[in-house]
Write a protein that binds this ligand. Structure first.
Ligand SMILES: [Zn+2]
Length: 277
């Protein structure tokens, strides 16, 4: 058999192929840093509500009709109200939520979450995460009962998570208690809340809203040790890549957030980082 003639072009073709492969390799290598899962510049606002009512009784109350208008606006404009867990999963290295996503939370377990928020949440089918301090439930006059929380959970739209056991001010307690007492106190506030919510509602509680938005490195370390994987503050900012998952920012919703003010706020809060300002 005659040996195949050696083509003078074979060497050139090999060089070209190598060049193509190395260029392709380089572009693959650049991809994750240049555009993480297509989420470069993604910003997701987390809203935090407290109370609802026909009139504004205090700074933490949002008029029920204003909350209805806010949900209607988000629905009509095609915003995605995503479960808070999806934001946390993104912060822990998972898939990012789609653009124009928003997460809704409500702190403290006020009765009007059941009477005023629930019907609207059911009408618009939006997921909500509640942060509860169990010492108040079925106890304080302003708070929901365990039965009401069970009914919220049964809708499948409410996730119920921890706001410590009795909503202490950790700064005040740190001054008041000895270091050993303080450590014991923090540990109790973090773990007892999880235990009671787990036992009463059959939940897996692993997210924590810091009372008054107060946290520091020591508190974060203790929260991690107590089994929490995410924490939430009251710092007014949207969540973006690289944020500390134990201190994610949230926007406090007040009576001022009405009509065009809400529309402007949402547009700003969801604008990708690169096109901000
Ligand atoms: Zn609170």
């Amino acid at each position: 058999m005659r040996p195949l003639p050696r083509s003078p072009f074979l060497g050139l073709i090999c060089v070209l192929l190598l060049a193509i492969i190395s260029v392709a390799g380089a572009s693959f290598a650049l991809e994750p840093g240049a555009n993480l899962n297509g989420a470069a510049g993604l910003r997701v606002p987390i809203l935090v509500y407290h109370r609802f009512g026909p009139t504004v009784a205090d700074a933490m109350t949002v008029r029920t009709e204003d909350f209805a208008a806010q949900l209607k606006y988000l629905h009509e404009r095609g915003y995605h109200v995503v479960p808070l867990r999806e934001v946390v999963a993104w912060m822990r290295g998972g898939t990012p939520p789609p653009r124009d996503s928003i997460a809704i939370t409500a702190d403290d377990g006020h009765k009007t979450v059941f009477t005023d928020m629930l019907p609207l949440v059911e009408r618009y089918r939006v997921p909500v995460t509640l942060f509860i301090y169990p010492s108040a439930i079925s106890n304080a006059s302003y708070a929901m009962t365990w039965e009401e929380l069970r009914r919220l959970k049964a809708t499948g739209l409410f996730d119920i998570q921890s706001h410590t056991f009795w909503h202490p001010n950790f700064k005040v307690e740190k001054r008041r208690l000895s270091p050993a007492q303080y450590e014991e106190f923090v540990r109790m506030q973090l773990s007892r809340s999880r235990q009671v919510l787990d036992a009463r509602l059959g939940l897996n509680v692993d997210m924590l809203a810091w009372p008054f938005g107060i946290y520091d490195d020591e508190l974060i370390r203790m929260a991690r040790a107590a089994g929490y994987v995410a924490g939430f503050t009251l710092k007014r900012a949207s969540v973006s890549a690289g944020d500390d998952v134990m201190a994610l920012p949230r926007y406090l919703m007040t009576d001022e957030m009405r009509g065009s003010a809400f529309a402007k706020f949402i547009a700003r809060a969801t604008a990708p980082a690169s096109v901000r300002n």
